[in-house]
Design a protein around this ligand. Structure first.
Ligand SMILES: Cc1cc2nc3c(=O)[nH]c(=O)nc-3n(C[C@H](O)[C@H](O)[C@H](O)COP(=O)(O)OP(=O)(O)OC[C@H]3O[C@@H](n4cnc5c(N)ncnc54)[C@H](O)[C@@H]3O)c2cc1C
Length: 227
């Protein structure tokens, strides 16, 4: 039944009406599903609101949701400082080497663990022996700037409602669809994604669409301006 209902796809949501929730997802895992929401200071009440959010409730309608197990988790949002010292190297989440939207925390945990072990075996465990370790992940640190830039663009487009326009455009624009897919699939870097979005042709299309949408965005923003 779960396979029929959800297929083998992750169902992702950007619930514009539930502003605290940056994004949510329903992930089929064979004999069960995982429902995630992400954002700052979320509580079980936000999860209840998400479950009642019409596109979500339509998807989970009729499923037996008794005994739902709520679990609060945290994940890093920026690279950490001081990840090595004398006889220690941080690995996994503690390094903060996570990518917005892609996460890939398990990959990072494996990669950093393997690299730390390799350097310890080859170089030793003193602070100077471990100094090669942070540099091994310079590519992830370099991509962090672009990840943040992209996140900012997403938040802006959600706040102005422009994201709906982008989604509509992506339905008939395979190039834009491919770029959006790369954002969440984990393929390539944010540097590449930002570069592709800011290609002259794509920027012109998005810019044109944005300015057409601007009056609507201003109207949308007005009620909260006096708060
Ligand atoms: C809801 C959610 C969904 C996720 N989904 C995915 C996914 O689909 N794919 C993916 O790649 N990543 C996913 N992640 C991220 C992934 O789980 C983490 O990035 C990964 O587990 C990090 O591994 P870690 O070993 O660094 O830390 P953890 O797996 O958090 O391990 C740290 C361990 O240290 C223990 N610990 C903490 N403090 C102490 C202490 N003082 N003394 C002793 N032990 C202690 C903890 O109990 C824990 O067992 C998800 C995370 C969350 C929260």
């Amino acid at each position: 039944m779960l396979q029929e209902r959800f297929g083998s796809r992750i169902h992702a949501f950007i619930p514009l009406e539930l502003r605290k929730i940056e994004f949510g997802a329903i992930t089929p895992k064979g004999d069960h599903i995982i429902i995630n929401i992400a954002g700052r200071n979320l509580t079980s009440t936000d999860m209840d609101k998400f479950l009642d959010y019409p596109p979500v409730s339509a998807l989970i309608k009729g499923l037996n949701l008794t005994g739902l197990d709520y679990h609060k988790g945290k994940y890093p949002i920026r690279p950490a400082g001081g990840i090595i010292g004398d006889r220690f190297a941080a690995v996994g989440d503690a390094t903060g080497l996570i990518r917005p939207y892609k996460g890939k925390g398990i990959n990072v945990a494996l990669e950093t663990g393997a690299k730390a072990a390799e350097i310890m075996i080859n170089n030793g465990i003193s602070a100077s022996a471990l100094s090669a370790y942070p540099g091994a992940f310079a590519h992830l640190r370099a991509d962090f700037f672009y990840g943040r830039l992209f996140r900012l663009l997403v938040i802006l487009s959600i706040k102005t409602g422009f994201v709906e326009q982008v989604m509509t455009m992506a339905k008939s624009d395979p190039y834009l669809r491919d770029v959006l897919f790369k954002v969440v699939s984990g393929e390539g870097t944010y540097h590449e994604v930002v570069h592709e979005i800011f290609s002259i042709k794509e920027l012109a299309k998005l810019g044109f669409s944005f300015f057409r949408h601007l009056p609507e965005a201003v109207l949308k923003a007005k009620p909260s301006a006096g708060r």
